[in-house]
Design a protein around this ligand. Structure first.
Ligand SMILES: *Cc1c(COP(=O)(O)O)cnc(C)c1O
Length: 230
């Protein structure tokens, strides 16, 4: 029942929850950014979110996203691609988004860099990590990252910002934290090697607080802003 959804109120509530969680885990509340995940939502709902200050939006499906990017081209939205990437779709992703969170193969990183080209600022990317090691899920395994990161950092038109994960469902807050923790540790270990990564994209409507406790810098929230998806 979209009519009963108050997007402005939901965003305000989530911002408060982010601030509260950040304080509880001794973090600056400004170190956690809210990415509004707007897949399947009509452009009008994104516009409502924008009117209360939301600037970062995440989309999963390219054709749908391109339509919204066009429909909302009068707004200064920062577009993030967070969905599965087919290699024949990389050109539009490289050209129309500022961020890609779901880079799950080296080949995709290479194509995005090549197709981003010289005309635009480097494309911000995260490497997607299959943190729960589910055979059904996309992403690098944690122990594959060492071999990949050097190659990715050489690519001229992308800027590696950090790591992203979509973990398996966990029942308790503590279990959720345990799942996120290795990702934080991996980022820290890369930074000890001087990589200067600043992004941990993790945490959704159901596990946002655990993600913030483990260092998330971007939380990707759909349902809690826009209501349940059909
Ligand atoms: C849909 C989606 C989200 C948002 O999930 P909610 O549970 O609706 O908050 C976050 N990240 C990714 C990659 C998604 O596909």
């Amino acid at each position: 029942m979209p009519d009963s959804i108050n997007i402005a109120e939901n965003i305000q509530q989530i911002q408060q929850n982010i601030a509260r969680a950040a304080e509880k885990y001794h973090r600056d509340k400004n170190s956690v950014q809210l990415l509004a995940v707007s897949k399947t939502r009509p452009a009008e709902m994104l516009r409502q979110a924008y009117q209360v200050g939301q600037r970062n939006f995440g989309e999963n499906y390219l054709q749908e996203a391109l339509q919204k990017i066009q429909a909302l081209s009068d707004l200064s939205i920062v577009w993030h691609f967070i969905g599965a990437i087919q290699s024949n779709k990389t050109r539009d992703i490289a050209q129309h988004f500022s961020w890609v969170h779901s880079v799950d193969r080296l080949k995709i990183a290479r194509r995005l860099s090549e197709q981003r080209g010289d005309g635009l600022a480097p494309l911000n990317i995260c490497l997607q990590v299959n943190i729960s090691e589910e055979s059904s899920k996309a992403g690098f395994l944690l122990n594959e990252l060492d071999g990949v990161i050097e190659e990715v950092r050489k690519l001229p038109h992308i800027k590696l910002r950090g790591l992203m994960a979509i973990p398996a469902q966990a029942d308790s807050f503590e279990q959720q934290r345990q799942i996120f923790k290795p990702l934080r540790e991996k980022l820290e270990s890369f930074n000890q090697q001087g990589y200067g990564l600043d992004t941990l994209s993790m945490g959704m409507s159901n596990d946002m607080e655990a993600a913030i406790a483990e260092g998330a810098t971007i939380v990707r929230i759909g349902t809690a802003i826009f209501g349940r998806r059909e």
